[in-house]
Design a protein around this ligand. Structure first.
Ligand SMILES: Cc1cc2nc3c(=O)[nH]c(=O)nc-3n(C[C@H](O)[C@H](O)[C@H](O)COP(=O)(O)OP(=O)(O)OC[C@H]3O[C@@H](n4cnc5c(N)ncnc54)[C@H](O)[C@@H]3O)c2cc1C
Length: 469
């Protein structure tokens, strides 16, 4: 059992040594290319063209020189167009295209996806209010509501679509979302596709921007179709491919009372092009779990026919995953995760893990040689929670590294909180020269980030997974 803040670097795990020198490592992921700048250019161009369409149809002139009601209506038209444009960009961000995801990471893509969703909801609210103000200033509130919600069939469909978006916005509010199971929220939020489809006809056939301008209409339909194809091929295609070509559970090995390693194998492992430090969505093809893909980090560098995950039972699904029978089929979607290997190469590493956050750290260590001199700060509340200790020691031993377990509640730590800058400097004197990867709970990531900044580390040198669910 590791002692609190004991540095170590001895001992070797025979099975691990075989893995480290495995001659047939899985292929490395492809290089992502300049996906971020391409995507940003597309998004900005789309917004500019959208505003351009509105200006071309006299939107700006109406605001400046039109009557009060016309100005409100024109503002409503612009915010309606922008709400749809921003929603389409948000959907494209969640499409998980390989190049884009590898360039910026799924966490950032889904975070931006959420911001786009919030912005679209705000623009939609402004669109509804401004349009209602415009109509009611002409014919009164009751008549305006009636005309905008039901008199015209496309408006009735758009009203149902707007209600769908309202529902998604409400369930996504932090204090409501906290009370919902992840799956409940996730499947309800997919209503966005239906909502946009219902709103589509009123944009195309009723709005002045598309009804009388075939070029603008063709452009709008083309962009919508492009985003739809992106989602179908990339997002849903990826999920379907993983289900059609699942891996098989080869072994489930308990590590302690709550955690186990799950080893998956099969001919398709090499097609995943997975690398250490990445994660994948695991969807066991069993009656209870088939609707629940959960993210888990690769905990040992994949070989050509085997990939390993380390799973801690936190809730219902993860508990079941730690008891999967050998032979169970598991759809593995991904892998996801940025090109971290390229960013870390050539630098000395500081790897900070909390609890089961050790899984990606453990696999990452395999990818680096002695020049990385990895220092691993392994934070756990109880000694019994520490997993893969022998493997970590063996890896550190061959890489001029050190493992520093820090066990216990923060208030009980005899040698001080490792996320106190003075304690960190004492533990890792060259901390400012290193590049850090932090994996664990959000409070721990926050504490580690503040500490590393105070120790002089640049923000770009501190890598961590942002919360995205
Ligand atoms: C990038 C990433 C890598 C991870 N790697 C590991 C790992 O290597 N080992 C490990 O044990 N755990 C890992 N986790 C955490 C693991 O995904 C959750 O513990 C698991 O999804 C919990 O599901 P549950 O139904 O058992 O528990 P619940 O009680 O349903 O959920 C517990 C927590 O997990 C979140 N969660 C539930 N389902 C999902 C989902 N499908 N996607 C995202 N979050 C969800 C919930 O919001 C909640 O905060 C990782 C999470 C992320 C985001």
């Amino acid at each position: 059992m590791p002692e609190q803040q004991t540095e170590t670097g001895s001992g070797r795990h025979p099975r691990l040594t075989a893995r480290i020198h495995h001659p047939q490592r899985a292929r490395r992921p492809r290089h992502p290319g300049p996906a971020l700048s391409d995507a940003l250019t597309f998004a900005i161009a789309f917004i500019v063209v959208t505003i351009g369409i509105w200006v071309r149809h006299g939107g700006w002139d109406t605001i400046v020189a039109g009557s009060w009601a016309e100005a409100w209506e024109s503002a409503g038209a612009l915010t309606g167009l922008l709400a749809t444009a921003v929603a389409l960009i948000g959907i494209a961000l969640a499409a998980r295209t390989h190049r884009f995801e590898r360039a910026i990471g799924l966490d950032r893509a889904l975070l931006w996806h959420r911001w786009m969703g919030e912005t679209a909801a705000l623009l939609l609210a402004i669109h509804i209010i401004t349009t209602l103000v415009a109509y009611s200033s002409r014919e009164g509130l009751a008549a305006a509501i009636s005309e905008l919600t039901g008199e015209e069939q496309y408006m009735a469909l758009a009203t149902v679509g707007a209600l769908g978006m309202l529902l998604i916005t409400v369930i996504s509010l932090g204090f409501i979302r906290r009370h919902l199971a992840y799956e409940t929220w996730y499947y309800i939020h997919l209503l966005i596709y239906a909502s946009l489809a219902l709103a589509f006809a009123h944009e195309i056939f009723l709005g002045t921007d598309f009804a009388f301008d075939p070029l603008a209409r063709a452009f709008w339909i083309a962009v919508t179709a492009f985003v739809l194809c992106l989602v179908l091929v990339s997002r849903w295609g990826r999920a379907i491919r993983s289900i059609v070509r699942p891996l098989t559970v080869l072994a489930v090995t308990p590590l302690n009372d709550v955690a186990a390693t799950v080893e998956l194998g099969g001919r398709n492992v090499t097609d995943l092009r997975a690398a250490a430090g990445q994660f994948a969505l695991l969807r066991p093809l069993t009656r209870k779990l088939v609707w629940q893909p959960h993210p888990y980090s690769i905990s040992a560098a994949p070989t050509v026919d085997r990939i390993r995950f380390t799973i801690k039972a936190l809730g219902g699904a993860s508990e079941m995953m730690t008891h999967l029978p050998v032979g169970t089929k598991v759809a593995v979607e991904g892998p996801y995760g940025t090109k971290i290997y390229e960013q870390l190469r050539g630098r000395k590493l500081l790897l900070i893990a909390g609890g089961v956050g050790i899984a990606p750290v453990r696999s990452l260590m395999e990818d680096f040689g002695p020049d990385a001199e990895p220092v691993v700060i392994y934070r756990a509340r109880r000694a019994a929670e520490i997993v893969h200790y022998d493997e970590l020691v063996a890896l550190a031993d061959t890489r001029n590294g050190r493992i520093i377990p820090v066990v216990g509640r923060t208030s009980d730590l005899a040698d001080g909180n490792p996320f106190d800058p003075d304690v960190m400097q004492a533990l890792v004197p060259d901390v400012a020269e290193r590049i850090a990867v932090v994996c664990g709970s959000q409070p721990m990531i926050h504490a580690a980030f503040q500490c590393l900044r105070a120790c002089g580390m640049a923000p770009a040198d501190i890598h961590f997974e942002r919360i995205w669910w």
